[in-house]
Design a protein around this ligand. Structure first.
Ligand code: HSE
Length: 291
């Protein structure tokens, strides 16, 4: 039996919709695999009751199919489903790395990214790789159809999770089909700024580059209290605040010494809006690891 841990991730970072992602140093999923004649899946841990164990409907079943690697698979969830932290991607990433090893498929980590993304298509209807890429490779990733570019960065973050449920499928339905040219120019400018900030491990530049005038405003409507929480996080010292992935999690970039205040500010502001929330301090972390 083989076990692999793969981290939660935060995709988009505002300006990099369906493109940017970062691995978080916590939480994570652990997937254990054992060879079998046909694939079966067991799920335990956080939010397990919301995750189908039917291989046709589980992200990990698609990964086992794509690698032609039938297995008894057990998923221990640490990443809450429908939180905006790449929950299904963490399972898919861990399964891809584990099954590749178990069946000696000898695929590189980069080659496993599109395979794990097939699992994403099962849950969101779309094979985007912006969560699975950092979950497999770690660090900050730029996912393209023809490959992934990866950068390391030392950036402190806070993630706040309100007790709201938004499915990726629903959040994708509000994404505008078109954008106006000034919004496109602003997005390109911000995405470039963010990438430079990552290359320099500079939280100010990363935060400045997170604004997104196209997708985030549409999705913010789905998260009660979002604008107030964003404002409160900035007031507490954040250099950038946006929706984590498809939401409802909120991601804040934290200059030195601001993490605790930002975490508290987000929880208190959601509470003022009548929404329970929890927040945790994290950072850009490493990718999937064999245990
Ligand atoms: N880029 C994706 C989205 C991430 O925002 O819809 C969630 O799967």
């Amino acid at each position: 039996m083989l076990r692999v841990r793969a981290p939660a991730t935060s995709a988009n970072l505002g300006s990099g919709f369906d493109t940017f992602g970062v691995a978080l140093d916590r939480p994570s999923d652990v997937v254990a695999v054992e060879k079998a004649d046909r694939t079966s899946i067991e799920v335990s841990g956080v939010g397990a009751r919301f995750i189908p164990e039917d291989p046709e409907q589980n992200t990990v079943g698609a990964v086992a199919d794509a690698l032609d690697a039938p297995a008894r698979i057990s998923i221990e969830k640490g990443v809450r489903p429908a939180s905006g932290l790449g929950s299904s991607a963490a399972s898919a990433a861990a399964a891809a790395v584990a099954l590749n090893e178990l069946y000696e498929r000898e695929k590189s980590r980069e080659e496993l990214v599109p395979i794990a993304a097939e699992g994403e298509a099962v849950v969101s209807g779309d094979a985007h790789a912006d969560n699975v890429a950092p979950s497999i490779l770690g660090g900050f990733t730029i996912a393209r159809d023809d490959g992934v570019t990866r950068l390391d960065a030392d950036i402190s973050l806070v993630v706040c999770l309100p007790e709201l449920v938004i499915s990726t499928r629903d959040a994708r339905q509000v994404v505008p089909e078109q954008a106006r040219m000034p919004a496109v120019v602003e997005t390109v400018r911000n995405a470039a700024t963010l990438t430079a900030g990552i290359a320099r491990s500079d939280p100010t530049l990363v935060g400045r580059g997170m604004d997104d005038p196209v997708v985030t405003p549409a999705r913010a409507e789905l998260i009660d209290g979002y604008e107030q929480v964003r404002r409160a996080a900035f007031d507490a010292g954040a250099s950038g605040v946006t929706i984590s992935g498809a939401g409802p999690g909120i991601l804040a970039v934290c200059p030195d010494g601001t993490q605790r205040d930002i975490a508290l500010a987000t929880i208190e502001t959601f509470a003022d809006a009548g929404i329970e929330a929890r927040a945790f301090q994290t950072a850009i972390g490493s990718g999937a690891t064999l245990l």
